[in-house]
Design a protein around this ligand. Structure first.
Ligand SMILES: [Fe+2]
Length: 249
């Protein structure tokens, strides 16, 4: 039977309950997205939160998120983004631990921390890369999903590509010849599809606000909040798609 997993990314929750970011209410949008996902993916096995869970690293924002996650029908795991404080996340977000590796039936899920303290761009440290390489080598036939916050392929938006994963070629080297099937990321607040060698790579829209594709400078887009679903087959094949959740969904 296929395994469904969900990806929610770039929540950008503010510290205050009614706080607004980019003129919208990220908490209300997240609630709308989660309500949609609950209706359509009740049997999903896992929800991945791929960074920028909060807009500013304030424990109140993580605590509010944690309370919201308590009601969900899926276990959650998280990776940090450049807006997060990994230490604060670890201390507050008990409902979405920052587990490094998970097994879901025949699949393996590898969660990477691509954040660099004080910087918007991302980088995978030598220890993180070595850990991933070791895990992929240990089970050379187990199909794998790799998740991180930062994009490892340029999206064609210069202001975003200036803050992408700096050492994307190191990730490509580790993935080459492995059983990794897909890479999932956030950070760019827009949908994206590409390939890292033979591995499919997907960018996922934000649950809060999208950024305008191919814009040379920061600009928002009015597509509304979104999330990704992935259906993993036992034999290593998969399908994936997105839902945007407009106001009246
Ligand atoms: Fe973000």
């Amino acid at each position: 039977m296929a395994i469904e997993i969900l990806q929610f990314t770039d929540l950008h929750l503010p510290p205050d309950e009614r706080g607004r970011i980019w003129g919208i209410d990220p908490f209300a949008r997240l609630q709308r997205v989660l309500a949609h996902a609950r209706r359509h993916f009740r049997r999903a096995r896992l929800a991945l939160l791929t960074g920028d869970l909060v807009h500013e690293p304030d424990p109140r924002a993580y605590a509010r998120l944690n309370a919201l996650l308590a009601d969900l029908p899926w276990p959650c795991r998280a990776v940090p983004g450049n807006h997060d404080d990994p230490r604060c996340m670890r201390a507050t977000l008990s409902r979405a631990p920052m587990a490094e590796h998970l097994a879901v039936d025949t699949w393996r899920i590898h969660l990477l921390d691509s954040t660099v303290s004080g910087r918007s761009a991302g980088r995978l440290g030598a220890a993180e890369l070595e850990r991933l390489a070791r895990r992929l080598r240990r089970e050379p036939r187990a199909p794998a999903v790799v998740c991180l916050h930062h994009h490892a392929l340029a999206v064609g938006s210069p202001w975003l590509d200036a803050i992408m994963l700096e050492n994307a070629s190191d990730l490509e080297r580790v993935l080459a010849g492995s059983a990794a099937r897909l890479v999932l990321w956030g950070h760019t607040h827009q949908e994206f599809r590409g390939r890292i060698g033979t591995v499919s790579a997907y960018g996922t829209p934000s649950t809060a606000m999208q950024f305008r594709p191919r814009s040379p400078a920061f600009a928002t887009d009015d597509r509304g909040p979104g999330y990704r679903w992935v259906r993993l087959q036992q034999d290593g094949r998969f399908e994936t798609g997105l839902h945007y959740v407009p106001e009246d969904a």
